[in-house]
Design a protein around this ligand. Structure first.
Ligand code: SF4
Length: 478
């Protein structure tokens, strides 16, 4: 992607050059994506302050003499919060150059530049961020953004500096089936992905590449979080088995160093099947659940998304993880332009059949396909023509289902599930309501639900999803 003209304001006058790194939201995780750049920048002598808007408020004093403010947008919801926060940040940080970095930055480059953002960085961006800060410190007042918008070179990762972030115990924690909780740490063993699923936001940036974080760096990061009380580690890699040898090395090293620490990871259905022989060792090393982007159980939809697995493969992955004693937490894109009401009910039936109801956060059953700028879905013949014009508020191309009952059901479910989340309604009760509402939409009586819907599984207190509307609470943080 081309660099753009970016006028840079005068840097802060005296003292070390001040950089403020801001995380709008990252699923309740203590962000590696702030801690890693913080370590790089501090090493170069920059004064770095981290602000996590999921737990902190924008502080005018911190922003007023910043030379650079950089917001991290690793997911859709975070980007929408960032877009809304940028005007206020711009007012408060009058001397600062604005940068937005992370997966969703390159995809939304034009929009962000229109909001006054001078630098947009994605991919393996730490060297680019350092270069930008050095140029600002050197008093370059106007120049072309010489740093690439997307960097994919291999970077020598350093141990993330988490010292400037809120305490780990304030972030999402592990919830065990008996209701007890544990402090969870968050580590990354790799970034990017070698697959090209059409709907995935990783793909337009990494284009089928992934990059490893050296095992000793990951272990040092885990060690510091265990020192902060973590007894569970959640690996945030897009796919822990993109490099199965690396994944297994991390699992072994974690278990050898901290035998009492459990972990979870994200692994795609195809990798669960292809590397099934590794699952028992993952379990012995402390893996208690695997999140997997199943997305659908309908083979036609899976083909359109280029998921490289079938509905039957999903069943197989459920069986394999169960055999290994690891819980499976599948995620779904429940509503697509190709979803029918019958197909939606078939998804619910499959979850019942597989006794997976307790393993699926209800929000997963309301997710609507998002088509951001740059999505590989736009390459599907005839698809773009069916979409509406790009909506900067939604950060995507809206679509309308040919069957209005499907859109109505999705809206109703989304509102219902959000209310249930607020009230803490049990998953099986929410599912029962979804079951009833889906049948009502179809004009059929809902059959009585089976008694055995599966057992609760370990989970993080903040459910995994990437494309929800920002909440009122999130928007009040700035
Ligand atoms: S959905 Fe998962 S496997 Fe597919 S490209 Fe994205 S990260 Fe990779």
């Amino acid at each position: 992607m081309l660099s753009r003209l970016a006028p840079l304001p005068a840097p802060a006058a005296t003292g070390p050059f001040k950089v403020v790194l801001i995380n709008p939201y990252e699923l309740g995780r203590q962000p590696f994506a702030l801690a890693e750049p913080a370590a790089w920048l501090k090493r170069e002598g920059f004064a770095v302050t981290c602000l996590d808007l999921s737990l902190q408020k924008l502080d005018p004093e911190i922003l007023e003499d910043a030379g650079l403010v950089a917001l991290y947008v690793g997911m859709h919801t975070a980007t929408r919060i960032a877009v809304q926060a940028l005007p206020r940040i711009k007012r408060l940080a009058r001397k600062a150059h604005l940068c937005v970095f992370g997966l969703y930055a390159p995809m939304n480059e034009a929009l962000l530049r229109g909001l006054g953002v001078g630098s947009v960085l994605g991919g393996e961006l730490e060297p680019a961020l350092v270069s930008l800060c050095q140029r600002l410190r050197a008093n370059e007042t106007a120049m072309i953004q010489s740093e690439p918008v997307i960097s994919l070179g291999r970077v020598p990762f350093v141990v993330p500096d988490r010292s400037g972030l809120p305490k780990l115990s304030r972030y999402a924690h592990l919830v065990l089936p008996d209701g007890s909780t544990r402090v969870a740490g968050f580590a990354e063993g790799s970034r990017g992905c070698k697959h090209l699923c059409r709907h995935c936001p990783v793909v337009p940036v990494y284009q089928g590449k992934f990059r490893i974080v050296a095992a000793d760096v990951v272990m040092e990061d885990i060690r510091q979080q265990v020192g902060e009380g973590a007894t569970h580690i959640s690996f945030g890699d897009p796919d822990f088995f993109n490099g199965p040898t690396h994944g297994l090395r991390l699992a072994r090293a974690l278990h050898a160093a901290f035998p009492y620490v459990t972990f979870d990871a994200t692994i795609k259905i195809q990798h669960i099947i292809d590397h099934a022989e590794l699952l028992p060792e993952l379990r012995r090393s402390g893996c208690i659940f695997i999140t997997s982007a199943a997305e659908a159980v309908d083979d036609d939809i899976l083909r359109l998304l280029d998921k490289n697995h079938t509905g039957r493969d999903f069943d197989r992955a459920v069986a394999l993880t169960r055999e290994a004693g690891i819980a499976l937490a599948p995620t779904f894109v429940a509503f697509t332009p190709w979803t029918t009401l019958e197909g939606y009910v078939a998804l619910l039936e499959r979850l019942i059949e597989l006794q997976l109801v307790e393993g699926v956060p209800p929000v997963q059953l309301t997710i609507r396909l998002l088509v951001p700028e740059g999505s590989y879905l736009l390459q599907l013949p005839g698809f773009k023509e069916k979409l509406m014009a790009f909506d900067p508020r939604l950060l995507g191309y809206p679509w309308v289902h040919p069957d209005p009952r499907v859109d109505r059901l999705q809206k109703d479910l989304q509102a219902w599930v959000a209310r249930c989340e607020e009230k803490g309604v049990a998953r099986r009760e929410v599912f029962a309501a979804i079951w009833r509402m889906a049948h009502e939409a179809l004009g059929r009586p809902a059959p009585e639900l089976a008694r055995n819907l599966g057992s609760p599984i370990p989970r993080l207190s903040e459910p995994w999803y990437c494309c929800a509307e920002p909440t009122e609470q999130q928007l009040q943080s700035f």
